[in-house]
Design a protein around this ligand. Structure first.
Ligand SMILES: Nc1nc2c(ncn2[C@@H]2O[C@H](COP(=O)(O)OP(=O)(O)OP(=O)(O)O)[C@@H](O)[C@H]2O)c(=O)[nH]1
Ligand SMILES: [Mg+2]
Length: 464
């Protein structure tokens, strides 16, 4: 099983890891341009391709995960009993307790499926892998990070392809012009000014742009850089900006910790993508081997709960909700924690309301949720993620300030990077909010969200 949060194949699982293949067969399609300095990467990519193919072969003979086994008796259905909070000012109303709802049956059957060692979820990305230009690009990005060709998964390749496609608009707007500037030879003052304008247009924000330009200029005063090196140096500056907030945090990798309950609160203004992100995270957690539960604590509007339930069904994740009107979100969180504890879940994802009238309400609500968590799950590893719509640019950042004051944030999820030509906003987030980007979303699909990697982001943003 591939753990997406840790970005590695979990070799302790029963899944066999194929032997590294030295023998390389020539793939049917080869990339047309074969520069000599690309040869190593091409060999690496071919080896990786062959390894992935080998790994794929045995799995095709396995039964489809969509076919549920007839018997599910091994895993008895455990009813999640909502407890009454003690000393809580707002005891939750009875949690919805219909006769085992459809999603719960489904998830219990999934538990049974897991018992029979079938890892593939019904929603798995089944696109067959092809050795094309995008494969080679993805392979190069992985190789450059020191990965071995026998240690990468097909899914990583597919994700990098999606990331690159998602950032296509930004890249086309930025990279061609950057290339034409640095391609003219060593950078001079005019070229630096042009780069500055490009960065600002890409929503990089004044602070990050100033930093990039001054760092670049300092370097250029020391030595004249040929175009390729100038671009490489620029990339390294961007990576530094994106990685800097990680120096201040305790959990740079941001994977759910095993053995404790991890509670991730998702906050952000309405429409930012919180609920969609919850769904995608639940999917990622399931396929990475974590037992996940969702608490539908956006009780502000009725449709919100329904939307969460759809994602719960899609990802076979139990959803804890309270159908009553004017339900207290903290009460839903309370029930969510009870359910997570009863099922020994690893991760509780909490959907919160974006539509709060003002900062005071927002702060009060989030503080109340925190109090409930502290009371009911004081050992839990709590993270508060701000979901930010990349298409909003600097406006989004202004809204984010309010949340960062209210929510004690531990990171940002940047969504809709596919819909904007302004991927530079990631740099503004890191520089202005001083928060690490934890995940990025590049589409509406279930597979369109992954943990953030500055290296991969910058490559996807600035490579042809
Ligand atoms: N293109 C694109 N669309 C996205 C992405 N993430 C979310 N969306 C879309 O953005 C819209 C709003 O997403 P929601 O998840 O409902 O946002 P929310 O923050 O939960 O909104 P409220 O519940 O109203 O506060 C939906 O149409 C999503 O499909 C993304 O990464 N890319
Ligand atoms: Mg929502």
């Amino acid at each position: 099983m591939f753990n997406w949060f840790r970005r590695k194949i979990n070799k302790t699982e029963s899944e066999p890891v194929s032997e590294p293949t030295e023998q390389v067969t020539t793939p049917e399609t080869e990339p047309s341009s074969k520069q000599s300095d690309q040869e190593d990467y091409l060999t690496w990519a071919k080896t990786a391709y062959k390894n992935i193919q080998q790994r794929q072969t045995p799995s095709t003979s396995q039964p489809e995960a969509t076919e549920l086994p007839p018997e599910t008796t091994e895993q008895p259905v455990t009813e999640v009993e909502p407890e009454t909070p003690q000393n809580s000012q707002s005891p939750p109303k009875e949690t919805k307790k219909e006769e085992t709802p459809a999603w719960m049956q489904k998830s219990d059957r999934l538990e049974a499926l897991k018992e029979t060692a079938m890892e593939t979820a019904a929603v798995e990305d089944t696109t067959p892998i092809t050795f094309d230009e995008e494969f080679v690009w993805s392979a190069k990005v992985l190789a450059a990070q020191g990965r071995a060709p026998d240690d990468i998964s097909e899914e990583e390749i597919n994700w990098l392809k999606r990331l690159r496609q998602g950032l296509g608009k930004s890249r086309r707007g930025l990279v061609n012009q950057l290339k034409s500037i640095v391609g003219q030879g060593p950078l001079n003052e005019d070229a630096v000014m042009e780069i500055e304008a490009l960065l600002l247009q890409a929503d990089t924000g004044i602070e990050a742009t100033d930093y990039i330009i001054s760092t670049l200029q300092n370097k250029l005063l020391e030595e004249a850089l040929p175009p390729e090196q100038a671009l490489d140096y620029l990339k390294s500056i961007l990576r530094d900006i994106l990685d800097r907030p990680l120096q201040k945090v305790v959990n740079p990798g941001f994977a759910p910790e095993k053995g404790v309950l991890n509670i991730w609160l998702l906050t952000g203004v309405n429409g930012a993508g919180k609920t969609t992100t919850i769904g995608k995270l639940a999917h990622l957690a399931q396929k990475s081997g974590y037992n996940c539960i969702i608490a539908a604590a956006d009780t502000f509007r009725a449709a919100a709960v329904e939307q969460v339930k759809v994602w719960g069904e899609r990802t076979n994740t139990p959803v804890i909700a309270n159908p009553g009107k004017n339900t207290d979100p903290a009460a839903v969180v309370f029930d969510g924690i009870s359910a997570a504890q009863a099922r020994q879940a690893d991760l509780l994802l909490v959907d919160t309301a974006g539509r709060l009238q003002n900062k005071k309400n927002l702060m009060a609500e989030l503080a109340k949720i925190r109090r409930i968590i502290d009371k009911k799950a004081d050992k839990a590893q709590v993270e508060s993620l701000l979901v930010l719509d990349a298409t909003l640019g600097q406006n989004g950042l202004r809204q984010a300030q309010v949340f960062s004051e209210a929510a004690n944030l531990s990171g940002v999820v940047l969504t809709k990077l596919d819909g904007t030509a302004k991927g530079g906003v990631a740099l503004a987030v890191a520089q202005q909010l001083e928060l690490p980007i934890r995940f990025i979303g590049v589409g509406e699909g279930i597979e369109d969200l992954r943990p953030f990697s500055s290296y991969e982001f910058v490559e996807a943003l600035l490579n042809e």
